[in-house]
Design a binder for this molecule. Structure first.
Ligand code: ADP
Length: 303
C-alpha cells in the first residue's frame, strides 16, 4: 500500500486559477521522496490538500491507506511547514510540550518522547534554552523535532534545509536517513537540488500543476553527452581525426583541454584509440553527467 497516493487530484482556486491539474502520484512506503518544481508549480497547494487544509476541487488521495483528513492517518503524520511560526519565548522543551498536547499525547508520553526527539535533532544539551536564543539552524531542528514528536510513519518536510549552513544541512540529511532506517516515509520539498540528489530515492517534478517527470534520479538524468579530456602532444592530424569522430570539438587556450560532444558513452573507446594512435598522451577523460539541477532547468525551460 503506497504511503501517499493521489488520483487525478485537482485544485481550482476561487479566482479560476488551476493550481493543481490532475495530479496522479504514488509514494511507496519507506521511501525518501523529493517533491520538486519551480515556484508556483502547485507543490504547496498539493501538500495542503494532503494535509486536508485545502479542499480538492476533484480527484482523491490517500495517506497511509486512509482518505485525506482521516484522523487515523493524521495521527501518523508529521509535518514541518516552510514558514514555521515559533513561540520563541518558550524553551525548546516547553515548545515541544505544547505541540505534544496539540497532538493529544499524555503527560507521560511527552516526558518520554521530548528528550528522544531533542536527542535525534542534536539539541539535547539545549532543552532548557529559549528558542529566541537559537540560531536559524537550531530553530529549524526544533521544527523537525516537532514534526517527529508523534513518532509519525509519514513525514512531510517543506524546505527543511533552506535556512541551514552546510553543516546544518548535513545534520538534516542524517536525520532523514535515520528516519528511512526506521522504515518511515519522507516527502521532502526543497530547492536545494544537491541535497535532493544526495538524499532521495525517487523524485517527482511538478510544473504548472502537473507532474512532468517521476522516477529514480539516475533514470531521469540524460546520459553523458560531453567528455572533457586533457591531451598532451596534440597534433593537427590528431584533432582532424577526433573532429571526424565527434559532433563538436573545442580546444582550450592551454592547448591541452579538449571538450568533445558525443552521442553515447559507447564512442569513448574509439576516441581514446584515435588519441593514442596519433601519439597523443591522454592524461584524463571525464564524461560530464547531467546533474539534477541541469535536468530541473531543462524541464522548467521546456515549452
Ligand atoms: P508552489 O508551492 O509550487 O510554489 P503554490 O501551490 O503555492 O505553488 O501555488 C500554485 C499557484 O497557485 C501559484 O500561481 C499561486 O499564485 C496560486 N495560488 C496559491 N494559492 C492561491 C489562492 N488562495 N488563490 C488563488 N491562487 C492561488
Amino acid at each position: 500500500m503506497p504511503a501517499i497516493h493521489t488520483e487525478e487530484l485537482r485544485k481550482v482556486y476561487r479566482n479560476g486559477f488551476v493550481a493543481v491539474d490532475g495530479l496522479t502520484l504514488s509514494v511507496a512506503p519507506g521511501q525518501i521522496f523529493g517533491f520538486l518544481g519551480p515556484n508556483g508549480a502547485g507543490k504547496t497547494t498539493t501538500i495542503n490538500m494532503l494535509l486536508a487544509n485545502v479542499r480538492p476541487t476533484s480527484g482523491s488521495a490517500t495517506l497511509l491507506g486512509h482518505p485525506i483528513g482521516n484522523q487515523n492517518a493524521r495521527r501518523r503524520l508529521g509535518f514541518l511547514p516552510e514558514k514555521f511560526q515559533f513561540h520563541d519565548f518558550l524553551t525548546a522543551t516547553e515548545f515541544l510540550d505544547l505541540h505534544g498536547v496539540l497532538y493529544g499525547m499524555s503527560s507521560r508520553e511527552r516526558k518520554k518522547r521530548i528528550p528522544e526527539v531533542l536527542d535525534l535533532v542534536g539539541l539535547s544539551g539545549r532543552s532548557k534554552s529559549k528558542i529566541s536564543e537559537f540560531s536559524k539552524g537550531m530553530q529549524q531542528r526544533v521544527g523537525i523535532a516537532q514534526a517527529l514528536l508523534n513518532n509519525p510513519d509519514l513525514v512531510i518536510l517543506d524546505e527543511p534545509t533552506s535556512a541551514l549552513d552546510p553543516l546544518g544541512r548535513r545534520d538534516v540529511r542524517d536525520i532523514v536517513r535515520h528516519l528511512k532506517e526506521q522504515g518511515k516515509t519522507v516527502l521532502l520539498n526543497s530547492h536545494l537540488l544537491g541535497e535532493i540528489e544526495l538524499t532521495c530515492d525517487e523524485i517527482a517534478i511538478m510544473k504548472r500543476g502537473k507532474i512532468v517527470r517521476q522516477g529514480r534520479i539516475p533514470d531521469l538524468l540524460a546520459a553523458p553527452s560531453q567528455v572533457t579530456m586533457i591531451i598532451r602532444s596534440i597534433t593537427d592530424k590528431l584533432l582532424v581525426d577526433l573532429r571526424a569522430q565527434t559532433h563538436a570539438l573545442t580546444v582550450a587556450a592551454d592547448n591541452e583541454t579538449v571538450e568533445a560532444a558525443i552521442a553515447t558513452q559507447e564512442e569513448i573507446p574509439a576516441l581514446v584509440e584515435t588519441i593514442v594512435k596519433n601519439g597523443g598522451r591522454l592524461m584524463s577523460l571525464v564524461p560530464r553527467q547531467e546533474s539534477l539541477e541541469d535536468l530541473f532547468i531543462r524541464i522548467v525551460e521546456e515549452k
